[in-house]
Design a binder for this molecule. Structure first.
Ligand code: HCA
Ligand code: CU
Length: 380
């Protein structure tokens, strides 16, 4: 799973998010931030989509970023001719192969799909740039049809073939089976694209890597059609838990939060509370039992180390689930001196008030300070 690469699609799939409208300046800001983070590829909206999309694609190609620039087109010569003129490093071609898309979208049969795929691929290759061929709605496509088309394009020579779970229906076992089968059929690299309608987008991406895929499509915060795709941050969380050294060596994880904030601001959303890594409580420990162990050794209750992302953990001590170890650490922070027995006593007072109403930090600090003052005056 470790040697994976990212195809970052905030500027393509992400533009299909309900709230997204990126003008040229915003696209450039996002592209630079993604490049700075270290993504391998940046995928852009088709230059055939609109005149401004074409101009923006050209502008981003001229930035001289380290990341390779791709654009995403329909499997059609009209689109391909425009794409190869933009200065991109590669083209991602997609065509629907499921019964649904063949009937209700483009209306073409598998022979026509194969013919146009060959034409488009040979044309793009003749311009000396990378080419990926992907089927849309792969998991609801006929397996024999799918393998035939992938075998055909692999023979002509493509850099990657792609599998797309366009409707988010796939589960990890189906992903494993399809990628494994495809791995035995083609010699090129395999890229995967997962929508998150049933909450499997990160798990499916991980499983695809286990089965032999090497490229994963992501977007910042997962933005995309409907509820989006595998999120960049979520995949980073999953992958750092699997191979920390590789992930740390490749991506500037300290920039994740700023990158997410940039995109969240541009599309006017908040970072979800339960977002991997950057959700506001992702490194907050609350129950007394957890706080005690975290203070002794953070790995007891943390699979991710917040400092890998330039973040810090937080021990939530102002609540009735707190314990005396958490309170003792607060006492230390306040620079006060209490024995363990006294800490236990003051913790009981805090918990008693916490049973009556929600507590804030000031409540706890006042109780501690009052208790401390009482102890000192008793001694005096
Ligand atoms: C879409 C297309 C796509 C393409 C994925 C790919 C999908 O329906 O908007 O090129 O691999 O989800 O099928 O995003
Ligand atoms: Cu998609």
């Amino acid at each position: 799973v470790s040697r994976f690469k990212l195809i970052e699609s905030t500027l393509r799939e992400g533009e299909q998010f309900a709230n997204a409208f990126f003008d040229t300046e915003k696209k450039i800001a996002i592209a630079k931030a993604l490049d700075d983070f270290g993504v391998d590829y940046i995928e852009l909206t088709s230059p055939a989509a609109s005149e401004q999309s074409r101009l923006d694609c050209e502008a981003i190609c001229k930035l001289g970023l380290k990341a390779k620039i791709l654009t995403h087109i329909r499997c059609h010569m009209d689109d391909a001719r425009i794409a190869v003129q933009t200065g991109v490093d590669g083209v991602d071609v997609v065509i629907g192969t499921s019964q649904f898309l063949r009937e209700y979208s483009h209306g073409k049969d598998m022979n026509y799909i194969a013919k146009s795929a060959i034409e488009v691929i040979e044309f793009v290759k003749s311009h000396g740039i990378e080419i990926r061929f992907s089927s849309e709605d792969s998991f609801r496509s006929d397996l024999v049809d799918l393998l035939n088309i992938y075998r055909t394009v692999d023979k002509i020579g493509v850099n990657r073939v792609g599998i797309a779970d366009t409707v988010g229906c796939a589960n990890p076992r189906q992903v494993y089976d399809l990628v494994r089968t495809l791995r035995s059929v083609v010699s090129c690299e395999i890229e995967c694209h997962f929508h998150n309608d049933t909450g499997c987008a990160i798990a499916n991406a991980y499983t695809a890597l286990e089965a032999g895929a090497t490229f994963i499509d992501v977007s910042v915060l997962g933005i995309g059609e409907r509820n989006g795709i595998t999120s960049l941050g979520g995949l980073m969380a999953r992958m750092i838990a699997a191979d920390r050294d590789y992930v740390l060596s490749k991506y500037k994880l300290h920039k994740l939060r700023d990158l997410e904030n940039l995109v969240a601001d541009l599309v006017e959303i908040n970072i979800p509370f339960n977002n991997p890594i950057t959700g506001f409580c992702a490194f907050t420990h609350k129950a007394g039992i957890h706080a005690k162990a975290i203070l002794a050794n953070p790995s007891t209750y943390e699979i991710l180390d917040p400092s890998d992302f330039g973040l810090t953990r937080y021990i939530h001590f102002a609540n009735r689930l707190t314990g005396w170890n958490a309170i003792k650490s607060r006492v230390d922070q306040l620079n006060l001196n209490l024995t363990d027995a006294q800490c236990k006593e003051v913790t009981a007072k805090i918990k008693a008030l916490g049973d009556i109403r929600p507590l804030n930090i000031d409540d706890v600090d006042s109780i501690i300070r009052q208790f401390h003052a009482d102890q000192s005056s008793e001694i005096a």
